[in-house]
Design a protein around this ligand. Structure first.
Ligand SMILES: *[C@@H]1O[C@H](CO)[C@@H](O)[C@H](O)[C@H]1NC(C)=O
Ligand SMILES: *[C@@H]1O[C@H](CO)[C@@H](O)[C@H](O)[C@H]1NC(C)=O
Length: 629
């Protein structure tokens, strides 16, 4: 019979594999969420910094139009652990809208926070915002757009130390003269690039800078002297994609369409220097390297004479490659010498030696390692201080990318309780089992769960078992029909971190239909106190249940069923969906019940000589050999 079940499961598994969603997790407790899986290679696990990954998968970069079809939650902010185990699915909170620059912030008030850009709505009914959450996953701030801009730009939401202000990029359509192209009589719309420093509480603009009067159109590699003037929105001539601020109050920005990094005075907004990537006439530096199509420029260290900066040298875009592979660069800039110098002090190459055609970011880690997001398909890697690759990973799915990927320490303490779903199965009153699925979206440091059941609504909570947390979602199998169940999430020291409400166990709509042989109204919930007592004294039944060896047989079969269900559950995870779970369980229990009937008949026959009314010889033989073992 179990061989048959195996075949059944194999068949189901084959069927599921063809559904092409093996790249997504599914959970009984959060059926509306389909989180992405990762493929991970740990080259040297011991030297990786402990921490969590912060990614924000998106399918397409622009907001998607709503559809009539039911959609599960997939895109948005997500936290994973260092083994790709899901910690937090933020997609329900953001309602499947694109999120960018998702990260943990420990620099606000000593408490851990999350921040991300929530992209504007498809119809611009909402212009988007920089979002800040506390570590209870409660919204603290929506730093919206308070000026004339049409949207919160997707590139940067950089919360500065102290958490009072944040930086964001700006794109604005403006008219410029083509004088610089020696076409003084002509004008064109262009998209100018700039940035704002925003008050986190009020979203007021405290400082604004714009390229229009400071970066001539001749610096652009995307707007040429022979190009026609354009109407609105105009030529995207600089394409700002990053901004940071140092302790002196000056800003550094990256313009992808000029291949240049600019230092901007926080005093008066003038360009203090240009670090040019490809054109020696643009750069103010004696430099020993080139770069292009760069991303995510950030200060690592900065004082009045020296700046250590990091950025992604994309070196590639849709139309051309300037170098053979993308890299993360750490560059030391010395502005005290004449000429000023810029030197590469570290170059980290993509582990696969490829080109990042889409975005990316670089993050120095506190232990000297570096985390680099190569963006497409969520490809990211961790490097040791010498540039050796310690780990690389990417989404199992090629349908999604993450603009940036970060690694941070994190402490997640959701206010919502753990999610729990409980089912009961069994063939007769003596032979029931209760299956509990539990997860706690966003909680870190959960070591396991304690489970409790009550005999009735206001009964006493009886401890029915503990199980270690095994993954985002963990399954527990309890003996008997337990109703009125609750669970505690506990940390490594057994300290209770969170408690579910007391929940009723879900029962089949039709007990007969799932093979229950007792009364048509179904079984009556067990008293957990009695079940637990009988479990304690396994060899010493008090007679409340049975003195027959049938009890032992049934008990062992219960365990086999549990094992089969557990296997089925693995398949379910691939497949997703409680409906299928129930269907599968019906199959299993249909068979189990069939077997049980024969078991009972055989036994009854031997005692009472009642002839069988129906026959399934093969199963009967198999069963008999089982029983006789
Ligand atoms: C600035 O940083 C450089 C490099 O770390 C260091 O050598 C120099 O002494 C620093 N200057 C000041 C004024 O702190
Ligand atoms: C839970 O995990 C701990 C540590 O790995 C282990 O010692 C313990 O036996 C496990 N407990 C159960 C009930 O599996």
């Amino acid at each position: 019979m179990w061989a048959f079940l195996g075949v059944l499961l194999l068949f189901l598994h084959e069927g599921f594999a063809q559904r092409h969603d093996a790249d997504l997790y599914s959970f009984v407790t959060l059926p509306e969420v389909r989180a992405l899986k990762f493929d991970i290679t740990h080259v040297d696990r011991a030297r990786q910094l402990p921490g969590y990954w912060f990614v924000a998968p998106y399918g397409q970069i622009d907001p998607e139009n709503p559809t009539q079809k039911y959609e599960q939650y997939q895109i948005g902010p997500y936290i994973y652990d260092n083994d790709g185990m899901l910690i937090w699915a933020g997609s329900p909170a953001t309602e499947n809208r694109n999120a960018f620059d998702f990260k943990a912030n420990w620099n606000m008030d000593g408490e851990p926070h999350l921040s991300f850009i929530l992209q504007h709505e498809f119809d611009d009914s909402d212009r988007g915002s920089g979002v800040i959450m506390n570590n209870n996953y409660e919204y603290e701030y929506h730093v919206g757009v308070t000026n004339d801009l049409s949207a919160f730009n997707m590139h940067e939401f950089n919360i500065l130390d102290g958490g009072k202000t944040a930086l964001a990029c700006t794109y604005r359509s403006q008219v410029v003269s083509l004088d610089d192209f020696d076409r003084p009589d002509e004008e064109s719309w262009v998209i100018t690039g700039g940035f704002v420093e925003l008050d986190v509480e009020t979203a007021d603009v405290l400082f604004e800078w714009n390229s229009r009067d400071q970066i001539p159109i001749t610096e652009s590699v995307k707007f040429h002297p022979w190009d026609n003037p354009q109407g609105e929105p105009g030529w995207d001539y600089v394409h700002i994609n990053a901004v940071d601020k140092n302790a002196d109050g000056d800003y550094i920005i990256s313009m992808r369409f000029t291949n240049t990094i600019y230092m901007i005075s926080g005093q008066d907004g003038h360009i203090m220097w240009r670090l040019g990537g490809t054109d020696s006439s643009t750069t103010d530096f004696d430099q020993d390297f080139t770069f292009s199509k760069q991303h995510d420029v950030k200060f690592v260290e900065s004082n009045s004479t020296h700046h250590l900066i990091s950025f992604i040298n994309n070196a590639s875009d849709e139309s051309e490659n300037d170098e053979d592979l993308s890299s993360a660069l750490f560059v030391e800039v010395d502005v005290s010498t004449e000429p000023m110098t810029a030197r590469v002090i570290k170059r980290l190459e993509r582990p696969d030696k490829g080109l990042s055609r889409l975005r990316g970011n670089v993050q120095p880690l506190p232990n000297g390692n570096t985390f680099v997001g190569w963006s497409q398909w969520g490809y990211h890697a961790e490097y040791d201080p010498d540039g050796e690759v310690l780990m690389y990973a990417q989404f199992a799915s090629e349908r999604f990318s993450s603009y940036r990927s970060y690694k941070f320490d994190w402490v997640g303490r959701p206010t919502a309780p753990p999610d729990m779903v409980t089912f009961v199965y069994g063939a007769n009153d003596l032979d029931m089992m209760t299956i509990v699925h539990i997860s706690w979206n966003g909680a870190t440091d959960v070591a396991g769960y304690n489970f409790y059941a009550r005999a009735y609504d206001r009964g006493e909570d009886i401890f029915i078992g503990y199980i270690n947390k095994t993954s985002f979602e963990t399954m527990f199998i309890g003996d008997g029909y337990m109703d009125w169940i609750s669970a505690e999430a506990v940390d490594i020291n057994g300290i209770v971190m969170g408690t579910t409400p007391v929940q009723r166990t879900e029962v089949p709509a039709n007990w007969k239909a799932v093979g229950f042989t007792g009364s048509s109204s179904g079984p009556i919930p067990d008293d957990p106190a009695i079940i637990m007592t009988s479990k304690d004294g396994d060899d010493d039944y008090d007679g409340a249940f049975t003195t027959d060896d049938r009890k032992a047989i049934i008990y062992s079969q219960t365990k086999e069923v549990a094992a089969a269900v557990y296997k089925a559950y693995g398949v379910i995870q691939v497949m997703g969906g409680i409906v299928i779970l129930l269907l599968t369980l019906c199959c299993i229990f249909g068979v189990v019940v069939g077997v049980r009937c024969f078991l009972r008949r055989r036994k009854m026959r031997s005692y009472q000589h009642i002839p069988s009314e129906e026959g399934q010889p093969v199963e009967e033989i198999q069963l008999r050999s089982n029983v006789d073992d």
